[in-house]
Design a protein around this ligand. Sequence first.
Ligand code: BGC
Length: 444
Amino acid sequence: MASFQLRDILLGVATAATQIEGGDTNNSWYDWYCQGKIKDGSSPLRATDHARLWPEDFDRMRDMGVKTYRMSVEWSRIEPEKGRFDDTALAQYRAMLQRLNDLGIRPLLTLHHFTNPLWFEQMGAFEHPDSTSLFLRYAATVVRALGDLVSDFVTINEPNVYAVQGYLYGLWPPGRRSLAATWRVMARLAECHVRAYPMIHQIRKGMGRTDTQVGVAHHMRAFSPLNPKNPWHRLCARLLSTLFQDRLAQAMLGGHFRFPLPKSKAVKPGAYYDFLGINYYTRSSVRGFADHVRPGVPVNDLGWEIWPEGLIACARSLYKAFPAPIYITENGTCDLEDTFRSRFIYEHLAAIAASDLPIRRYYHWCFADNFEWLEGESARFGLVHVDFATQQRTVKRSGRFYAALIQQNGCDEALYETYAANQSYPSRARIGTSKKSPGTGRIC
Ligand code: BGC
């Protein structure tokens, strides 16, 4: 039977400030664009113009029945110069959160989602010894200013992706290629989270609020040996998982910093989470120290394997070590023509419905097509189509499917037949992905 019922879960959508707001030249990703690094030459300055169009976007979320919305605030707007906080930027975020509350959409607020203010980037970002205190001061300012309107926080999005892309592969700002720096940055971000955790609780307690929830959004991949019978493949899969995600989880959630993460003197072992935030997209098939996609498997338009079982496998392994309610803080796919996204959603939510894990929230990544980092505007992950030239939004077929799923809190046979049954996945990427940055030289 192609149907399922969801229990005790809020369905929502996710975004990140730099990917949607537009209009900000003061952050590390605008600078990366200026260095000519975005593959299709598009700029985060345009994005989806959400800084202006948010009322319309929120109304559309309401119309789709979205129950919860994960969004982020932009540090470079809030603290445009070191130590100078901008009341206008904070007032705008207040207005947004107020509106979400009025619409009955529960916000989950991310404090750091990949971008830094230029001044922070230029001083060495999270490699600088002062970075923890600067991040904490910024986080405290946000929570004091907005904490009466939002109770749920993600401190940092995907420290492993931020560190690996920016410090190992050199594809993202600051374009470094150093293994030692990668571990240092991951450890620093873990320390920032651990220290922000009690601080956020304390600030909100001071405001008379006891319903605070703080977590991270941890990017997890399903690492599987390409050939499960090959001991080398098995060993490499275990090692990659340990180095990319497991050690980091132990540091962020439990305060245990183990090799290769440098120890942090400022952190004691403890429990630094109220929920487990997991961003899940794909599986890596392993036969050495690099990612592979096994031949013949379904993939999305970026060539990422589509493997719904992996979501549960990742959630189970994290939950075993850190039992807490699970929020899938991101899950989604790059589907340029929206020809298989409904099937993707169906299969991932069906896996959630069938599992015995306490998965309490699911945020589809993402609400509307947006600025997809290195891929710029060329990779579409949205439930809503955006014509970037006109900023015209159109709810996609998958968006209508997701709205119907929210309404049914599950999927009956008829819904499945209408939207997902006839969809099939590609077997080849339509967008070229390369581990080389375009590097065309400065354009602004
Ligand atoms: C990030 C998002 C990104 C998405 C799709 C996640 O790793 O948090 O910002 O757009 O993946 O690539």
